[in-house]
Design a binder for this molecule. Sequence first.
Ligand code: ATR
Length: 510
Amino acid sequence: MICLALTAGTHEENRKALETYRPWIRIAELRVDRLRHDQILESAQFMNLANAELGIQFILTLRVINDGGSWAHGEDERQSSMLQILQACQKGVLAYIDLEGSTNWPEVEQAAQAQHVGIIRSYHNFSGTPANLDEIVAKLYRQDGDVAKVAVMTRGSVDLVNIFSAAERCRDSGRPFILLGMGPFGTPTRILARRMGCLLSYASSALQGHVPAAPGHMDPQLLAEQFRYYEIQNSTRIFGIIGNPVMHSRSPAFHNPRFREANLDAVYLHFQVDDMAAFMELAKLLNILGVSITIPHKEAVIPYLGSSDELVHQIKACNTMVRRGSVWHGTNTDAPGFFHPLKELLQGERLDRALVLGAGGASRAVVQSLLARGFAVLLVNRSFERAKQMADDFVQHYPGMVSVAALPLADSTGAYNVDGALLAKLRLYGQLIVQTTSIGMQGEGEGKDPLEFFQFNGSEIVYDIIYTPPLTPLLVRAQQAGCRILNGWPMFEEQALIQSRLFIDAVRSH
Ligand code: ATR
């Protein structure tokens, strides 16, 4: 079940969230601790009405501050409010009350029992993921029918492995439980809750002015539709993108609809990864079948590949891996993805030189792609040494085809001192200019132009592989000068399309 946590200050706002998300939720949690004080006594009335009109059952929760809640009216009032609300609810309106493992309220428990309302016994840890999670779960049960809920802050990939392996042991015990990882590293536990054997997954309203109930909650519609919450079962094939950070990635929005169109039992999710070895363990645990790789893991993943394409050897970076039996096979779809939109733009026009800015992982794929198509490349980078190393890596396959230069940088007054010979060289290679650095990208590099000192004459093709924002300052300036321009969106789509074919083949052949 997807459970919508209702965390607004008024019943009116909560009702709005309930009505909006009703198609995707099976239960709702009324967080009474988040209500304005004058609203608390109307809680039962709110739930009775919503149950009658929207056919939804509730979990009743009054969470204290230490457990991530907002209750600030003392323990006596907390207990009496819970009892009062519980007793004023009509039969069948409440499915559960939530009591912290340490809470001991016999009168409330007896009232719950009398009304056939179940008890969720909860444990929260906002500082980390303890090692003995299944023991913590086991200790929470007090009587038959109890549900144990453990929510822990996931600080990294090791914690995530810990949560998934504890879930396997909890599932073996046969008792109902909820085990979830908070924060971006924990996102997979929210999407795969059914697969883990959890009773439910909590979600929050994304309506304007509504605040998520806990770190990592997503919107119920997103969880149900894009991530196919209700369709995930043990046989569902799992795919994902690994990176750090990764939550901004559009890859799940690209791949999930394609699995659906192909009518495949597969899901694609974000895995924030800070430890490759731990992720590989998780991949085994979840039987992951294919992975997209982004910053900063494109090189770090290579030692884990059992086999790889020639492209990966040449580029020394891998952005796609697919499991073949028990072996991971690596490939790189950035290189063909990069060239496809350029080829369309060129429409047969022949160019033989290119100026490439940047010498990182993305640049390697771009340069390989250009070299393989006969371009001579001038590689310009802030760190000259890094550019030189990259040129050396390509020398075996493409001798004499890569030259290097240091990227001129502004001095403290904003002025550039660029020598004439370098400018002439930039012009010579600049019939095609490809920008692969993070300068101009949303975030750190935003608003900057790496070629500020260079005047376009309008005949250049300027290709910036950034797609957020769609037009970087470099592209704006090039467009104003009359140049033909390309941004990184068609490259993203093309590389993802090639990946998608590999992933779909992998599902069909397993
Ligand atoms: P990616 O995998 O996306 O290519 P990367 O390997 O971290 O990421 O490479 C980032 C590229 O952007 C490098 O070429 C980097 O230059 P250095 O090799 O000199 O570090 C370039 N870059 C990042 N920030 C920059 C800045 N402020 N000025 C100039 N170049 C920058």
